[in-house]
Design a binder for this molecule. Structure first.
Ligand SMILES: Cc1ncc(COP(=O)(O)O)c(C=O)c1O
Length: 422
């Protein structure tokens, strides 16, 4: 991004200097030389910028960076991960359509799919991600237009078989959308396994410092929208002077349609300031992801060998049900998120957690600081112990998001928690 400066320093006028960091373009609007120039941008919005409700140079610099990290053709940031999930689907589906989703996904996304999208006339068919190809195939209906799953599910920590689902989705002529929040493109690049669209809650590892919420949608550019199943891509858009997205934008049809139709109308676009913070997080993402994985591996092995622990759920452990899939999709590591069940149930878990001092008690995950959550007291508080067991959450379960502190300090803190149980 070039900037022209008019300030004089002892007779020296620097021109077209390039700032070392992405500048914050804190402006709602852009100025044109002529009315014709404005008209030309409205005819083809990719020629320049229109309005910060759906495009801004700072945000777009970050979008390009995330698209490159994922190996996609383009990206669009959103004001939250929820907005990214919502728009990724609304760009394909309308009332009367259905889509298939893995049942093991983030609870907020389950709510969005099962209740809010239902109110808009869109049906979500939940499937067991570990089911056979035939069982998943049986869930498809003639109006099914997409498939959705999470690479590494929050909080189940199951590993999603991207290739299996990409094969089934493509056999049915529909795209596969992957929520790649926990691995980030540093640990897994779903397009390399056949996914078509990737979304993220950038609130988590990408931001990494718990300073601002955000989301992003990335388009691989690989899905063919011209099969006849997706008329919104191949017929004139009456809301945008008759644009035919596949004709006008080819491989970028999906991501440009998302911006020009949905972001224009819903406006859930991040501010330049938010994108600036996100960019700072991205600059250290590879090194942070490596360290989260190293710390979490040591912590998961420590927990597994502790006599007070009933079970540990971390796909990086050899004993884990998803270890084989983890080796395929997450060879560099399985992020910093672990869950484990403490012996003694709910009261032991609470006692353990309240004795920690380095790990803070938070609803957030995927932060540089270690944090813990007791799902039975927080996100699943309204459920009885029997209901908790039915949805796979035990009273003694603790979700631990391992941070970047010295791993010995993290282990010492956990030892303090175990000592309190004696
Ligand atoms: C895997 C996953 N996807 C999406 C979301 C929603 O993101 P946000 O909280 O940024 O709206 C979350 C939030 O925890 C998440 O964990």
């Amino acid at each position: 991004m070039k900037i022209e400066t008019k300030c004089l320093h002892a007779g020296y006028t620097p021109k077209n200097t390039e700032p070392r960091v992405v500048p914050i373009v804190q402006s709602t609007t852009y100025v044109y030389d002529s009315t014709d120039d404005v008209a030309a941008v409205f005819d083809d919005p990719t020629k320049s910028l229109i309005y910060s409700r759906f495009e801004n140079p700072t945000v777009m610099a970050v979008e390009d960076k995330i698209a490159a990290l994922e190996g996609g053709i383009g990206a669009m940031c959103t004001s939250s991960g929820q907005a990214a999930s919502l728009l990724s689907l609304l760009n394909i589906l309308k009332a009367g359509d259905s889509f298939i989703s893995a049942a093991t996904i983030y609870g907020g996304t389950v709510n969005l799919f099962a209740f809010t999208l239902k109110k808009l006339g869109i049906e979500c068919i939940f499937v067991d991600a570990d089911a056979s190809e035939d069982e998943i195939q049986a869930a498809f209906k003639p109006n099914t237009k997409a498939v959705f799953g999470e690479t590494l599910a929050n909080p189940a920590l199951s590993v999603f078989d991207i290739e299996k689902f990409a094969k089934i989705a493509h056999k049915n002529g529909v795209p596969l959308i992957i929520d790649n929040t926990f691995p980030t493109p540093i640990l897994c690049r779903p397009f390399e396994f056949g996914a078509d669209i990737v979304i993220h809650s950038t609130t988590k590892y990408m931001d990494g410092h718990a300073v601002q919420g955000g989301g992003v949608i990335v388009d691989s550019g690989n899905f063919d929208w011209t099969s006849g199943k997706f008329p919104e891509f191949t017929e004139p858009d009456e809301s945008y002077h008759g644009t035919i997205y596949t004709k006008a934008y080819g491989k970028a049809a999906y991501i440009i349609k998302a911006r020009m139709q949905l972001m224009r109308d819903f406006g859930c676009y991040p501010s330049a300031q938010s994108a600036f913070y996100l960019n700072l997080g991205l600059e250290t993402l590879p090194i942070r992801m490596k360290q989260y994985c190293e710390n979490a591996k040591i912590v998961s092995e420590f927990l597994e060998s502790n006599e007070n622990v009933e079970s540990v759920n971390y796909p990086g452990l050899k004993s884990n049900k998803y270890n084989e899939l983890a080796q395929k999709y997450l060879p560099l590591g399985c992020s910093g998120v672990i869950s484990f069940v403490i012996k003694g149930g709910r009261s032991a878990a609470v006692k353990f957690m309240d004795s920690l001092s380095l790990a803070s008690n938070e609803v957030h995950v995927a932060d540089i600081r270690t944090c813990v959550l007791h799902p039975a007291s927080a996100t699943h508080r309204q459920l009885t112990d029997e209901q908790l067991v039915a949805c796979g959450i035990e009273g003694g379960m603790i979700r631990l998001s391992v941070g970047l502190e010295n791993v010995e300090d993290i282990l010492d803190d956990l030892k303090k928690g175990f000592a309190a149980l004696k």
